[in-house]
Design a protein around this ligand. Structure first.
Ligand code: GRF
Length: 220
């Protein structure tokens, strides 16, 4: 049997790109059967674009501000994505709500990582909100993207205990370390054909995902 060709992925970014780096590294070391065929940023000059260049990956900017309107941005972004023709679009620290046309163009073929244990805390400031609520646990979720913000079905979660004395920064550092593990893993499940989006749900190995796989930080 011939080996499965690497999954062709495009990564959308807005900032530092540490998740992008984790994906690039996993593909390089062979734990992820994927090829990053392009990185698109909605902001010029961000570190994520530099990471793409360093890895020899086409680095594309679709500058939201220069586009003048949300619609124009959506059209440009969709053009770039169609040109790249990825099998999967991966949002990695992409800090903009996507126009519905873009989500619809890749329905069931777009993932996001969000720093909370969804459905808790969609949107911004998740670390502050979790601390303010006195939550015992925080974490991150990989989910399919649907037009509603951070509301698509969850595939994997990473969970950490909130420790006495935790700050937003300390929580963020531990959550992001976990994201760098679960995001390549979730993409690998897609590459293996084990995860799919159907009828508005995530399916794993043919079964609906009701409780997402959870990876926990060692409490010690
Ligand atoms: C990640 O923590 C992700 O959960 C959130 O934005 C952050 C981006 O980090 N959506 P990076 O750009 O991957 O370093």
């Amino acid at each position: 049997m011939s080996p499965r060709p690497a999954l062709r992925i495009a990564v959308l970014v807005s900032g530092s790109g540490s998740n992008l780096q984790a994906i690039i590294d996993a593909a390089r070391t062979g734990t992820l059967d994927a090829q990053v065929i392009g990185v698109i940023s909605d902001r010029p000059g961000v570190l994520a674009l530099e990471r793409a260049c360093q890895a020899g990956i086409p680095a594309i900017t679709v500058d939201y501000k220069a586009c003048g309107s949300r619609e124009a941005f959506g059209t440009r972004l969709l053009d770039e994505l169609r040109r790249l023709d990825p099998q999967l679009v991966v949002l990695a620290g992409f800090m903009r709500i996507l126009p519905a046309a873009v989500v619809d163009g890749f329905r069931g073929r777009m993932l996001n990582v969000h720093p909370s244990l969804l459905p808790r805390y969609p949107g911004l400031d998740t670390y502050r909100r979790a601390l303010a609520a006195g939550d015992a646990w925080h974490g991150s979720s990989v989910h399919f993207v649907i037009p509603e913000l951070d509301a698509g079905p969850v595939i994997l979660q990473y969970r950490i205990p909130v420790r006495a004395g935790d700050s937003e920064d300390s929580l963020r550092a531990r959550v992001q370390a976990g994201e760098h593990r679960i995001y390549p893993r979730a993409i690998q499940l897609v590459a293996e054909g084990r995860i799919e989006y159907r009828d508005g749900r995530a399916w794993r190995d043919g079964q609906p995902v009701t409780v997402p796989e959870i990876t926990e930080e060692d409490a010690g």
